[in-house]
Each structure stands twice: as structure tokens, then as C-alpha cells.
Design a binder for this molecule. Structure first.
Ligand code: HEC
Ligand code: HEC
Ligand code: HEC
Length: 372
């Protein structure tokens, strides 16, 4: 398996065809992606409404960023690769990959997600060009949820412990919610089922978290709890996986378990992305998660771990409920969900037994408790 990390995916490669980055203005003529109307307005949506066009690099100019930098002895956060790799990725493009209209200050730009355009800019509009031809020329197939997850997760999951200790916010990748939050500049939604995107994204997040610990290093208790909570969630969602909860791991043993989890999670992400997804698959997922209340009554699991599980679980239930139109108007379900949100936030007073009772109420409010 190819190891995927922020360093590899932040818009600078596709390793096989390192074409030049041509810059957003190359995409922006009015007959291409710089016009009005749903089919041609991508540049406008991105430059005026998408936070990726200016906010990531603007964040590095804030007092908060200098504070984080100060704690890490970084003189200039706006130029240090430890920050720019996600916040201003084009600054890291080598001279040889910069096209004539390239602007290093563009932020997270078209080609950060779609791939460097040199080899496909002319051909990608040819009527005889298939999707496969475009991909062969280095354009990323973002309609494929696995590929899309790899692009987003590179900047939205792992920040190293020293950055977190210096005050950087903890990141959590959740592809379905984050794709819905991004101002949409696309119309196609083939394969875009919320629940499927959610599951592929969670598997990719687990792969990245595991990768972080696969080559040594010891997670803090907090990091370890977050990791274990995600393993628990995916194992509950997909009981046929062989994920091992790794609370008891340490040292070399932990590295080995992490590598194995990394591979299994990658496999799951690919597998789910390739599936023909159906609403029934969403219902089954929701039911399995809704039936997990006994796990919250297990007194062998620490309360902090339970709280992390609960936090993950309510976010998951929220996305899955939201992706089934038949559930959107069911009041008792929504009330139970709201209550679970409130309870999951009550750290350090989290009460797992209380939470399990609310979870049972949620389950009882599903219209199909015993089937499908
Ligand atoms: C792996 C990618 C990544 C790296 C590396 C990274 N950041 Fe971030 N950073 C993010 C993302 C994503 C957010 C947005 C988090 C959110 O909105 O939940 C963010 C948010 C921030 C914020 C806003 C904090 C707040 O409370 O609003 C600041 C400031 C910041 N980063 C500074 C830095 C600095 C300084 C560095 C380098 C020392 C750095 N970042 C490295 C991805 C990264
Ligand atoms: C943060 C990542 C990201 C950035 C930045 C980005 N895109 Fe996209 N783009 C996507 C995703 C995800 C899709 C949906 C892919 C799909 O389902 O086909 C998409 C789809 C598209 C489509 C297909 C439209 C359709 O209706 O199917 C076009 C064209 C496009 N992007 C152009 C651009 C241009 C031009 C820019 C820069 C001005 C840009 N994108 C910036 C992620 C991004
Ligand atoms: C090169 C790094 C990079 C890539 C690739 C990237 N993002 Fe981001 N994204 C950022 C940074 C940095 C921020 C923080 C800026 C902010 O919040 O204003 C951010 C902010 C966001 C936000 C708003 C804050 C939040 O977390 O809710 C959403 C939503 C988002 N990105 C979704 C996506 C999606 C979906 C993809 C993939 C299609 C993607 N991003 C790809 C770097 C990236």
C-alpha cells in the first residue's frame, strides 16, 4: 500500500506525472470555469465563497498563529513548511513545477485538489477524452470517494503532537460533513451518498491516525483515546472487520498494531468506495451503531474513553440520520439525538450509563428496529 501522508498529497504531486502547477487564473477564463451559471462558475465560487481561497494562509498571519509558532521556536510561521504545507501549500512547489501564471499566494487552489494541470489542461475538454484518459494525464478522479478522501484527509486529520502541545486545534476529518460545508462548485453527485462518504472518510481518518504511530512514538492518553474511539466506532459499524482495539499496546508492539490497522483501514476505505451503495446499507449502518448501548455500560472502559466514543458516535448518527430523508422529520429521534449531543459534551462529567439510556431511546425511535 502506498503510504499517504500530508507530505505527499498536499497538492504538489501526483508522483507518476509531476506536471506543472498552472495557477487558478489558467482555469478562470469566462468560457471555462470563470463565468456565471452553474456549469462555469467554479472560479467565482472558490474565490469569493470557499474558505480555501484565502482563509488558510490568512490564519497564519493571526496572533494565534504567532503564539503557536513562538511555542515551537518558529520565527516566521507564514514561511515555515511545518505550517505552510497545509495553510499555503503552493509556497512549497519547487521552481521547476511553477507554470507561467503560477501564484504562490493562491491558498488551497484548484490544483491542490484536482492535481497539477500541465498535462491535462488542453485535453480535458476534448469530447473524445474519457475519464480514464484524464486520470492518466494526472487529473484526480474526485468523484471516486477513496481518491477524494485521500485529498482532503491530508490536511484535515493529522497534526503532530508538538503542534497540538503548542496550541494548534485538534483536527477531526469527517468527509461527508466537510464536503457539505464546502461551498459547492460541482453538480455531479454520483457516488455522493452521504453515508458512503461518511464511512470512506472515517476509514481514511483511521488509516492516517494509525500511520502517525506506525513508525514509533507514543501517543498521549488523549491521542490514544481518540484513536481507540475511532477503532471502536468502525468496528461497531463494520463488525466483519478484524480491527483490534489497541488500548493495551505499547512500544514496538504498538507500532506493529498501528501498521496492521493502517493497512486494514485503507482496505476498508477502498472497499466501501467501490461499493454500489443503497439506502438499505445506510439503514443497517445506523442500526448497528444505535445498538451499541451495552458498550457504554461496560465498566472496564474508562469514562474518558467512553466520552470519546460518545463524541464520535453522535457525530456519526447525525450524518446518517441526515442522509435518510424518511428520518428528517421524526421528532423523537431528533430529540434523542440533541440530548446525546448535550451529554457527549459534558466532559469531564460524562455519564456513560445515562448516555446509554438516551441511546436506547434513539434506537427505539427508529422506524425499523428489527429489520432491515
Ligand atoms: C495537517 C495540516 C495542518 C498543519 C501542518 C497546520 N495546520 Fe493550522 N489548521 C489546519 C486546519 C485544517 C485548520 C482549521 C481547523 C478547524 O477549523 O477546525 C487549522 C487551524 C489553524 C488556526 C486557527 C486556530 C483557531 O483556533 O481558530 C491557526 C492559528 C493555525 N491553524 C496555525 C497553524 C500554524 C502556526 C501551523 C504551523 C506551526 C499550522 N497551523 C500547521 C491544518 C493544519
Ligand atoms: C478543496 C478541494 C477543491 C478545490 C480547491 C477545488 N475543487 Fe473543484 N471539485 C472538488 C470536488 C470534491 C469536486 C466534486 C467531484 C465530483 O463529484 O465529480 C469538484 C468538482 C469540480 C468540477 C466538476 C463540476 C461538476 O459539475 O461536476 C469542476 C469543473 C471543478 N471542480 C473545477 C474547479 C476549479 C476551476 C477550481 C479552482 C477555481 C476548483 N475546482 C477548486 C474539489 C475541489
Ligand atoms: C492543502 C490542504 C487542504 C486540502 C487538500 C483541503 N483542505 Fe480544507 N482546509 C484547509 C485549511 C488549512 C483550512 C482552514 C481554513 C479555514 O478554516 O478557514 C480548511 C478549511 C476547510 C473547511 C472549513 C473548516 C472546517 O473544518 O469545517 C472545510 C469544510 C474544508 N476545509 C473541507 C475540505 C474538503 C471537503 C476537502 C477535500 C475535497 C479539503 N477541505 C481539502 C486545508 C485543506
Amino acid at each position: 500500500m502506498a503510504v499517504i501522508s500530508a507530505a505527499i498529497y498536499t497538492g504538489l504531486c501526483s508522483a507518476e506525472t509531476p506536471g506543472k502547477i498552472l495557477g487558478a487564473s489558467s482555469c478562470a477564463s469566462s468560457s471555462c470555469h470563470g463565468g456565471g451559471g452553474a456549469l462555469h462558475n467554479q472560479f467565482l465560487v472558490w474565490s469569493l465563497r470557499d474558505f480555501h481561497s484565502s482563509r488558510p494562509s490568512a490564519m497564519l498571519a493571526t496572533a494565534r498563529a504567532s503564539q503557536i509558532g513562538g511555542a515551537l521556536n518558529i520565527g516566521d510561521v507564514t514561511a515555515d513548511p511545518r505550517c505552510t504545507i497545509c495553510h499555503a501549500p503552493l509556497l512549497l512547489a519547487p521552481q521547476s513545477l511553477r507554470g507561467s501564471l503560477f501564484q504562490p499566494g493562491e491558498g488551497v487552489s484548484c490544483e491542490s485538489c484536482h492535481g497539477p494541470a500541465e498535462h491535462w489542461i488542453r485535453s480535458h475538454t476534448r469530447p473524445d477524452f474519457t475519464e480514464a484518459d484524464r486520470v492518466a494525464a494526472g487529473m484526480r478522479d474526485l468523484e471516486n470517494l477513496y481518491i477524494r478522501a485521500n485529498v482532503c484527509v491530508a490536511c484535515h486529520q493529522n497534526v503532530s503532537s508538538d503542534l497540538i502541545n503548542a496550541g494548534h486545534p485538534v483536527l477531526m476529518f469527517e468527509m461527508d460533513g466537510q464536503c457539505a460545508a464546502e461551498p459547492r462548485h460541482w453538480t455531479s453527485e454520483k457516488n455522493g451518498n452521504g453515508a458512503q462518504a461518511w464511512l470512506v472518510g472515517q476509514a481514511a481518518a483511521l488509516r492516517e491516525m494509525s500511520w502517525q504511530w506506525s513508525n514509533g512514538g507514543t501517543p498521549s492518553d488523549h491521542e490514544s483515546n481518540r484513536w481507540t474511539a475511532l477503532v471502536w466506532l468502525l468496528k461497531t459499524a463494520q463488525p466483519e472487520t478484524d480491527f483490534k482495539i489497541l488500548a493495551d499496546g505499547n512500544g514496538a508492539d504498538l507500532g506493529k498494531k498501528a501498521r496492521s490497522l493502517q493497512d486494514q483501514a485503507d482496505e476498508l476505505a477502498r472497499h466501501v468506495a467501490a461499493q454500489q451503495w443503497t439506502p438499505d446499507a445506510t439503514r443497517r449502518l445506523l442500526q448497528r451503531l444505535a445498538a451499541s448501548s451495552p458498550d457504554f455500560r461496560n465498566s472496564n472502559t474508562s469514562t474518558l474513553q467512553q466520552a470519546d466514543r460518545a463524541g464520535r458516535l453522535v457525530l456519526a448518527l447525525d450524518r446518517l440520520v441526515g442522509s435518510l430523508p424518511e428520518l428528517k422529520t421524526r421528532q423523537p429521534l431528533q430529540s434523542a439525538l440533541d440530548q446525546m449531543f448535550a451529554e457527549a459534551q459534558s466532559i469531564p462529567d460524562f455519564n456513560p450509563v445515562q448516555f446509554s439510556t438516551t441511546l436506547d431511546q434513539f434506537r427505539a425511535a427508529l422506524p425499523w428496529q428489527n429489520s432491515p
